[in-house]
Design a protein around this ligand. Structure first.
Ligand code: C2E
Ligand code: CA
Ligand code: CA
Length: 560
């Protein structure tokens, strides 16, 4: 820590300290005794000298006693004074040490949250006179929790210490640096308001420094950080009950969260709209739990079709939030937040349970695909929990397909493989979703025993117009063939795209051309029309067969 430790003594400490200082009384006694010594000495000594010279009667014995008492007093007073001075110095040193310990983060030696607040307040006061502004940076490590959980807290601690060292090295020497939470650091530095780029440069340097692999106990660990920045001269007005320092920290925090949501490993300066975004996010977050309890999350179903024959194969379940506050919300609005606040498993399992219940009423050859968050893959009990849901719904595992997004490749690959193996043992099939969007997945593909790959819709969409997209789709289809993996093309919106896809054999397709995702009741009504409900569910099965063939093959499928 390069910053001066901000000391602020409590009133009690001050009282105790001045009481110690007041023990100079001991010194005063010694001084008074010296004066008395001079007085009695001047009476006793001449008489004593005269008596020794043989012409006098010698000093009065009472005066001699007084003189001796005086000498004793001087010695006592001086000793006491010397002892006390030593004691006070010792106590001061101990208190200084205790205070700096209370103000420092014991792990990294930087300031802690409390002392950073004091120091920042002081810096803000000082900067009012100077012509410099203050920037606050909030730095949060992106994947620290994962490392901590997987590699253990010992390694986590070493990484934090090294991180603090890198932050200190990247910042100017007079900057204030504090660890204010588990993996969260805050910094304050002054800068010339006409040279904001200097702060940008520091932020970039900081992010680059943290991105360098951490070598801890022979392990190379990758870490990134998200940074939020705010500056004191943009503070509009004081908010009652919140110090300027706290207000700035809050703004930097909001900017940091914005950086997290925008890909991490980057920095953002605070802007007003981020506050709005944050409040919206908070409302979503607080609505999530209530929504789960009230059954506001519902499955919608998107058709999965055999591209060649037009036959309906099954449905992919897509989550929707039927929120009384916001209306019908799509998953991108709430899944990432549910993941962040640890509600994703509960939410997903509630949805899967409803979907299994819905799908039991469909014709038994129709499959059900559900999406799983990479966070759920980290749960070693996931496949057991899924089995429990299957048993409770009396749903054959062979009809269920789990879709895992390509980002699972960044997870612990051994654990993902174990999980996929155990799902497959139960008879559940597993697809790799959004294929082509992540990096490095080609090299990993053969390591995980998927049953199917789904080409991301960003490639499918332009296949009829863009040669690059066409080439990518073609090579994924070839790859699938080579690895013996069937392929699904997502996001088929036009007949032109469908025509191009017909060139590949054995393809499955999804997209708005076949129909938008629909609610459970709409899906069921549509299936009933086609005679594709389970036995005993159909109201009239008479002309179902013909309706089904028409719907699956003809233009009606495209219009649905
Ligand atoms: P996904 O798995 O890739 O699902 C396909 C998404 O593309 C769906 O968006 C679907 O409505 C949309 N889509 C389908 N056909 C077309 C088309 O022709 N054109 C266009 N532009 N879009 C099409 P949705 O429902 O908003 O879902 C978004 C993502 O949310 C899903 O992407 C999936 O990754 C995730 N998701 C959905 N439900 C769940 C869930 O229960 N759990 C988890 N963890 N993720 C879910
Ligand atoms: Ca999917
Ligand atoms: Ca997808």
């Amino acid at each position: 820590m390069k910053a001066p430790v901000p000391g602020q003594r409590t009133p009690r400490e001050q009282k105790r300290m001045s009481a110690a200082d007041r023990d100079v009384v001991a010194l005063a006694i010694a001084v008074a005794a010296i004066i008395l010594f001079v007085a009695t000495g001047s009476a006793v000594l001449p008489a004593a000298i005269r008596a020794m010279a043989g012409y006098g009667i010698g000093p009065d014995s009472a005066l001699v006693n007084a003189l001796l008492l005086n000498i004793a007093l001087i010695i006592f007073g001086w000793r006491r004074y010397a002892d006390l001075s030593g004691e006070i110095a010792e106590r001061r040193r101990a208190e200084e040490q205790a205070r700096s310990l209370a103000e420092a983060d014991p792990l990294t030696g930087t300031l802690n949250r409390r002392s950073f607040g004091f120091a920042l307040d002081r810096l803000l006061d000082e900067s009012e006179q100077a012509s410099r502004s203050i920037a606050i940076m909030m730095i949060d490590l992106d994947n620290f929790k994962l490392v901590n959980d997987r590699k253990g807290h010992g390694i986590g601690d070493l990484i934090l210490v090294e991180c603090a060292r890198r932050i200190v090295a990247a910042l100017p020497s007079e900057a204030l640096i504090a660890r204010i939470g588990g993996d969260e650091f805050a910094c304050a530095l002054t800068f010339d308001p006409s040279r904001v780029q200097a702060v940008d440069a520091i932020a970039s340097r900081l992010i680059d420094a943290i991105r360098e692999p951490f070598e801890v106990q022979n392990l190379a660990i990758d870490m990134t950080a998200s940074v939020g920045i705010t500056r004191a001269d943009t503070l509009k007005k004081a908010i009652e009950g919140i110090s300027d320092a706290q207000h700035m920290l809050d703004m930097a925090d909001v900017a940091m969260y914005h950086a997290k949501r925008n890909g991490r490993n980057n920095y953002f300066w605070f802007e007003d709209f981020m506050g709005e975004e944050m409040r919206f996010r908070d409302r979503i977050e607080s609505g999530l739990r209530r929504g789960i309890e009230n059954g506001e999350f519902v499955p919608f179903y998107e058709r999965q079709i055999d591209v060649e024959t037009g036959e309906l194969i099954g449905f992919e379940m897509l989550a929707r939030w039927n929120s009384p506050e916001f209306g019908l919300l799509v998953p991108d609005m709430f899944i990432p937040i549910a993941e962040e606040v640890g509600l994703i498993s509960e939410l997903s399992e509630t949805l899967i349970a409803s979907a299994l219940e819905d799908a039991r009423h469909w014709a038994p050859h129709l499959t059900l695909a559900v999406n799983i968050s990479p966070i759920q893959l980290r749960d070693p009990w996931f496949s057991q929990r899924l089995l429990k849901l299957l048993v409770a719904a009396n749903f054959p595992p062979g009809r269920l397909e789990i879709e895992i997004t390509e980002s699972c490749m960044h997870e612990d690959i051994v654990q993902v493989r174990t999980l996929i193996a155990s799902l497959k043992n139960q008879g559940v099939r597993v697809s790799l979703d959004d294929f082509g969007t992540g990096y490095n997945s080609l090299s990993q593909l053969h390591r995980l025993p998927f049953d199917r790959i789904k080409i991301d819709r960003s490639f499918v969409r332009g296949i009829d117009r863009c040669e690059d997209s066409a080439a990518i789709v073609e090579s994924i289809a070839m790859l699938g063939k080579g690895l013996g993996l069937p392929v699904t093309a997502e996001g088929i919106e036009t007949t032109a795209v469908l025509e191009r896809l017909r060139a590949f054999s054995g393809l499955r397709g999804q997209g708005y051309l076949y129909g938008k995702p629909r609610s459970a009741s709409d899906t069921r009504a549509w299936l009933e029309e086609l005679g594709l409900l389970a036995d005993g569910e159909r109201k009239s099965a008479d002309d179902a067969g013909t309706a089904a063939t028409q719907e699956q093959n003809g233009p009606r499928a495209a219009q649905a």
